[in-house]
Ligand binder design. Sequence first.
Ligand SMILES: [Zn+2]
Length: 325
Amino acid sequence: MSLEKIDHGVEEAGAIMGRIKKMARIIMAAGILTLGVGSYNFIAEGSESELQTPQKYVEYVENNYGKIDETKKQDFVQKLEYLSQKFSPYIVQHLFESDKLRADSKMKIPTKPKVQGFENLGLDNSRLKELWSEKYYPNKTIEGNIDKIELKSEIKKVSSGYKSERILAEQTHSFTNEVLFFADPSCKNNQESAKETVSSLDWTFSHALGHKNDFIQNNHLTTAERVEFLFEVTGAFEKPGSYRDILGNIESMHDPEKQKENFYKVREYWAEIVQYYLTFPESIGSRLSPKEIALIEKWLLKNDANFNAAKAKQAKDKFIENSFK
Ligand SMILES: [Zn+2]
């Protein structure tokens, strides 16, 4: 690699960091803090149903999708055992329960989500609805996964999941199919242009989209795929690319039970690499490891193998430029 190229790489990384910091600043100026979902406990906790074992999970898969051959079955059980060890035995139940919920809600979700509440930031909801559509995002990442995107003008505080109490800005609820933004109503965002605000909101949305398309929340996955997906993200998390936790969201996650904390971190990590992939597609290679890129192409682009992140981003920027002044 030539020196010129190295310099360019450093400069590019610096520019991206600057851009990220600017977007984070704009979001804060509007009273919206970009913090991830750290507040959700495992579905299994407090539920009446009994804790699922890896064997029972495999039985459930066989009952729903047909017989699995012996080698595959062993591999499946091993993966579930590994995940139980890593994230506590509750993870099996968590995957199991969410699978049942997902299968159910998939049928009920409209193809296009409702978008509301953004008039409080002076923004046109119908334009945002066009922005947050599969015109600019991969097929089946929004459709069937999100039924509402809403900005609530209220402060939402969460204490669990973080070291100290923080304000939650972006919330993708595990039990519903909503993406909720919370904005402090006392903050008035007068300094930034609408298009800068929208770009920053869109950056936050990309992160939320990662959550909505993860191993727990994606409505389009089979029971077996959830296990495979979580197993692979966990593997990548052990050896992440240099984008990992650029804003410290992952390391700020905290739970008295270490195994659960590990799960929250892996969940957050997935949302962050998706966000990077969709926001800086021209620099994917410089920050994401080949393993991370392969993961995103396999799981996020599962139903849209031809999705071109760079082209989509260009078209999206143009749309934002023309639609929000
Ligand atoms: Zn998050």
